[in-house]
Design a protein around this ligand. Structure first.
Ligand SMILES: Cc1ncc(COP(=O)(O)O)c(C=O)c1O
Length: 401
């Protein structure tokens, strides 16, 4: 899928730090996911946790069904998708949450047999289609931190631990072990489900294959997805299929625009300090830097590993930078990025593919305002920002309000 790159002059006009969402790319992603669902015969759900900022555009797209993971997301879904019953997966439901959940969702996956026993009979009485989450113990996740298929992961019941006969109130199975994966990885999961899970698949009406399907990436294998779904339907024609990608809806949909505030050179290591923080605003990428498995793409720059940095000539070092965040955390930096020219204070530094799991995870750590949200059409429109009173609201005790 190729769309024209946003005009740099539009990006240059925003107040930084800013997450700039490309309206056209969000709509193109949605169209693609929905058309794959129609072509191959599954219902795509929108896992809301991946981005709330991008929902400003996606909530206008007809036919989207939200998947929620908390009461907060359920309420947001009811505001943005009024009248559409959500699909829910809650890690653990509290008794006092039950009534609200039961009224808001149409489908609900339980994470444990204990929670299923507690709420399942009431779910059935309320007309909900309840499922149990299973762990097929297939490890194909692209990031070790997000591997829900690992043995002992707290999510889902290993197939071998399911009772041979599921309770009557369970009418679905739910399996989520992918993260930014392709269809060949899904094929491995489905293969195990078919070989080891047939006993239970024949007892339920639907199968939810979770999220992590990177259907909007350039190299996603459509035909492989088609074959996986066809194999499933052949083995269990009675099953209704749901897939609940999150990141895929927002893939390549936003750029994070920051400004270089200072350039420091402690012990000769050129460091561009930007008006944003990895620790406060891009925490995933910080974990990724420790585990070295989450890439960060900066426009016009190439990544240089610490080993390669040590070998650089003085001239190349002059245009190669550690990127430093604004917070007081010592670890708040990413090494190293080489630019065509040396950076100057005031330059914009733009990070790519920031539409998913950025706006939903950032914090006010160190009092640093998170990036504002812009929507890019033929102009860049401010959709929301994080003014100081938000920080005050979060942090003031009741007696000082
Ligand atoms: C149960 C469930 N469904 C869907 C998703 C969305 O996954 P992704 O954003 O990787 O597509 C997640 C992500 O954590 C999840 O836990």
């Amino acid at each position: 899928m190729s769309l024209p790159a946003p005009l740099p002059s539009l990006l240059a006009a925003v107040t930084t730090p800013a997450l700039v969402y490309d309206d056209a790319r969000l709509r193109a992603n949605a169209e693609r996911i929905q058309s794959l669902g129609q072509r191959y015969g599954f219902t795509p759900l929108l896992a809301m946790k991946a981005s709330y900022a991008g929902l400003g555009v996606l909530s206008d797209v007809p036919g989207l069904m939200p998947e929620v993971g908390s009461i907060g997301e359920l309420r947001l879904a009811q505001t943005l998708f009024p009248g559409v019953p959500a699909h829910g997966f809650f890690v653990a439901i509290a008794e006092e949450e039950w009534e609200e959940i039961a009224q808001g969702v149409g489908h609900l996956s339980f994470n444990s047999l204990r929670q299923a026993a507690q709420f399942g009979p009431r779910a059935a009485a309320a007309g909900l289609a309840a499922a149990i989450r299973v762990n097929p113990l297939v490890q194909v996740s692209s990031h070790s931190d997000y591997d829900a298929g690992a043995k002992g992961c707290r999510f889902g019941v290993p197939l071998a631990e399911l009772p041979p006969k599921l309770p009557d109130f369970i009418v679905g199975l739910h399996a989520h072990v992918l993260c930014e994966n392709g269809a060949a990885d899904l094929a491995q999961v489905v293969d195990v489900l078919l070989r080891e899970g047939g006993l239970w698949l024949s007892q339920v009406q639907y199968l939810n294959l979770g999220g992590g399907h990177l259907m909007t990436a350039e190299d996603y294998e459509d035909e492989c997805l088609g074959k996986v779904i066809a194999d499933l339907k052949q083995a269990h024609p009675h099953l209704e299929l749901f897939l609940e990608p999150g990141a895929a809806w927002f893939w390549e949909s936003a750029q994070l625009v920051t400004t270089v505030r200072d350039i420091v050179r402690p012990s000769g290591i050129a460091t561009a300090i930007i008006d944003c923080s990895f620790r406060a605003h891009l925490n995933d990428f910080l974990i990724g830097s420790l585990l070295a498995d989450l890439p960060l793409t900066i426009t016009g720059a190439t990544y240089v590993s610490p080993a390669d940095y040590a070998q650089l000539t003085d001239a190349d070092r002059g245009r190669t930078y550690r990127i430093g965040g604004l917070s007081c955390a010592t670890c708040d930096s990413k090494e190293y990025y080489q630019f065509a020219q040396p950076l100057q204070v005031g330059d914009h530094l733009v990070m790519e593919n920031m539409g998913h799991y950025v706006d939903v995870t950032y914090s006010w750590f160190n009092g640093l305002p998170p990036p504002s949200i812009y929507r890019l059409t033929n102009t860049a429109t401010l959709e929301r920002d994080h003014p100081y009173h938000e920080f005050l609201q979060i942090n003031l005790p009741f007696h000082r309000r």
